[in-house]
Write a protein that binds this ligand. Structure first.
Ligand code: GDP
Length: 205
């Protein structure tokens, strides 16, 4: 597992505190409680890497994890990172914090040169919410690749999960989203290998 080398580097309140903007980075986004921390833990194979089931309304941070440098043939190794973006979809997050994070995420997406792609975590049982739509619209507008993990698939039948995936892909085509999507479950470990491969692919673009 190439993501198993992930190590915590820092937690940032503001984008100015992030590591120097070079190398390659993939950011993980998702509404609170979508299952983002669980997905990060499953992908890296570290149970305590990202904290799960956080208290709503606590101070949220952008959390940065270093990966082993990417080896590119005939070139110097490239620094690689995963960034866990704060989810602010939860109703109980205070409005001031929500706005702060909306601004920081917006600036991060627009300015971060090392950003290679977004992994968006969506609960497979739910419709796309404003947070998700904003992320996908941004990816469409800037041609930033995104990959959606339709997670908690263990809560649905196989048929229902496939239908949800097909509906999302149709939505991507209709809205010009440069994205891919898959079914995922942190609990059942469904789609973990596929997601790892996609993250590595995004880092290498
Ligand atoms: P985050 O707020 O997006 O980081 O979400 P968490 O990873 O903390 O997960 C929120 C809740 O959903 C927790 O109670 C998790 O145990 C649960 N959860 C996360 N992933 C899955 C999954 O794949 N299947 C099921 N059944 N529950 C999950």
């Amino acid at each position: 597992n190439p993501l198993n080398g992930a190590r915590f580097v820092l937690a940032a309140h503001e984008i100015t505190q992030l590591p120097y903007d070079q190398g390659a980075e993939v950011a993980f986004a998702g509404r609170s409680n979508a299952g983002k921390s669980s997905a990060l833990n499953a992908l890296t194979g570290h149970n305590g890497l990202a904290r799960t089931s956080k208290t709503p309304g606590r101070t949220q941070l952008m959390v940065v994890f270093d990966l082993p440098p990417l080896k590119v043939e005939g070139a110097a190794p490239v620094d690689a990172r995963l960034v866990d973006l704060p989810g602010y979809g939860y109703a109980k997050v205070p409005e001031a914090m929500r706005q702060h994070w909306r601004g920081e995420i917006d600036a991060y997406l627009k300015m971060r040169r090392s950003l290679r792609g977004i992994v968006l975590i969506v609960d497979i049982r739910h419709e796309l919410k404003d947070f998700d739509r904003t992320m996908l619209d941004f990816c469409a507008a800037t041609e930033l690749p995104c990959h959606v993990l339709l997670t908690k698939a263990d809560k649905l039948s196989r048929g229902q999960a496939s239908a949800a995936l097909e509906a999302l892909r149709k939505d991507f085509r209709a809205n010009g989203v440069p994205g891919t999507a898959q079914v995922f479950s942190s609990t059942a470990k469904t789609g973990v290998e596929e997601a790892r491969a996609r993250v590595m692919e995004l880092l290498a673009t």
